[in-house]
Design a protein around this ligand. Structure first.
Ligand SMILES: Cc1cc2nc3c(=O)[nH]c(=O)nc-3n(C[C@H](O)[C@H](O)[C@H](O)COP(=O)(O)O)c2cc1C
Length: 331
């Protein structure tokens, strides 16, 4: 335990404070000459409901300090998950932070940014000295909010929120020949979640008599097509599905695949036939329905957190697959 303030290591103190999760806000005001000013701040907090009041604190070294301390009004914007770039922009000194941003009308003059999870228009009520910061307390005179997932800040990094889940099972542990696992084993959670989700797709898979391997091939071709047998085998290797010329011919015979026009000297390449495209569209329609039902149950905030974690997991477990999705900047 660190005791005397003089002995605090500033970086370690900052790190300890960073364990307190916050949202991220941009606070804006307008200078007397009409110039908009704004700064990224995670020191925001609620203070009072009746009257409605909030607070945030500003470093005394901030270039915008003079403007904030003399402004009658300022606006607090709770940033959404999609606004990380704005947080970074408003945390950097020395650039035109408002360049290219569409603003809404505010009755009290301070700039009002768009696309936020919530916005609070405030009348500056009190200012307090707080060490090397000034604490601003404001009375909320107007606000709005929407369902956009908020951006969080935790241990010095942007984060997403999710509520703690209830236990999945009541069995504390399974034991087999000394190898034990609980419901917290990631492999178990992933496998169970995968199969429970796939269960919703089975009616379409069965209607078109698609095996899991057929489904993988057709969904691969719906993202990237045409592909040679070798390409398809490489893309599918991680699924455990073995794909070779015989499998390919079997899918052609079942009218799921057909040959793409061949260029001289190139290996045969394949794309989904009209029937194959119809089959995968039916499966994707059920997948979309299942996703909508899941998102409705989880809520947008958790759905965003889940996508984020699954992307982490996919990167962390990538066995070195060829890139499937084209980068948005690629030609
Ligand atoms: C996530 C995050 C939270 C921040 N919170 C605060 C804060 O609460 N108060 C503050 O003074 N600076 C905070 N900063 C730093 C300011 O945004 C930064 O110093 C900014 O450049 C100040 O703008 P100015 O120099 O144009 O006034 C934060 C930065 C980040 C990235």
């Amino acid at each position: 335990v660190q005791t005397a303030p003089s002995s605090f290591d500033p970086r370690d103190f900052r790190r300890a404070l960073g364990t307190f999760a916050t949202g991220v806000t941009i606070v804006t005001a307008r200078a007397p000459d009409g110039m908009p000013v704004g700064i990224t701040a995670n020191s925001f907090n609620s203070v009072s409901l009746q009257p409605p009041m909030v607070l945030w604190s500003l470093a005394n070294t901030a270039r915008t300090r003079e403007v904030f301390s003399t402004s009658s009004h300022w606006n607090v914007h709770i940033l959404s998950n999609a606004q990380e770039h704005l947080s970074n922009r408003f945390a950097r000194a020395g650039e035109d932070k408002f360049a290219g941003l569409a603003l809404d009308e505010s009755a009290f003059g301070a700039p009002l940014l768009q696309g936020c999870s919530a916005r609070f228009e405030c009348r500056g009520a009190f200012q307090y000295e707080g060490g090397d910061h000034t604490i601003f307390v404001g009375e909320v005179v107007a606000y709005d909010s929407c369902a956009l997932p908020p951006l969080l800040y935790l241990t010095g990094e942007y984060a997403l929120a999710s509520r703690k889940a209830a236990p999945v099972s009541t069995e504390p542990q399974a034991d087999m020949a000394g190898a034990s696992y609980s419901e917290d084993l990631l492999g178990y959670l992933l496998g169970r979640a995968h199969f429970q989700f796939m269960h919703h797709l089975r009616p379409a898979l069965q209607a078109y008599q698609l095996s899991d391997a057929d489904f993988f091939v057709l969904s691969l071709l719906s993202v990237r097509s045409p592909l040679s047998e070798a390409d398809m085998a490489a893309y599918l290797s991680y699924t455990g599905v073995h794909f070779d010329a015989a499998q390919c011919q079997a899918m052609v015979a079942r009218q799921l695949l057909e040959a793409a026009p061949q260029e001289a000297g190139q290996a045969s390449r394949w794309h989904a036939s009209a029937h194959g495209r119809q089959a995968i569209a039916a499966v994707l329609a059920l997948a979309t329905q299942a996703e909508e039902a899941l998102v409705a149950r989880l809520g947008e905030i958790e759905a965003a957190a889940l996508r984020n974690l699954l992307k982490h997991l996919i990167l962390a477990t990538d066995p070195g697959l060829p890139k499937l999705w084209r980068s948005p900047t690629a030609p």
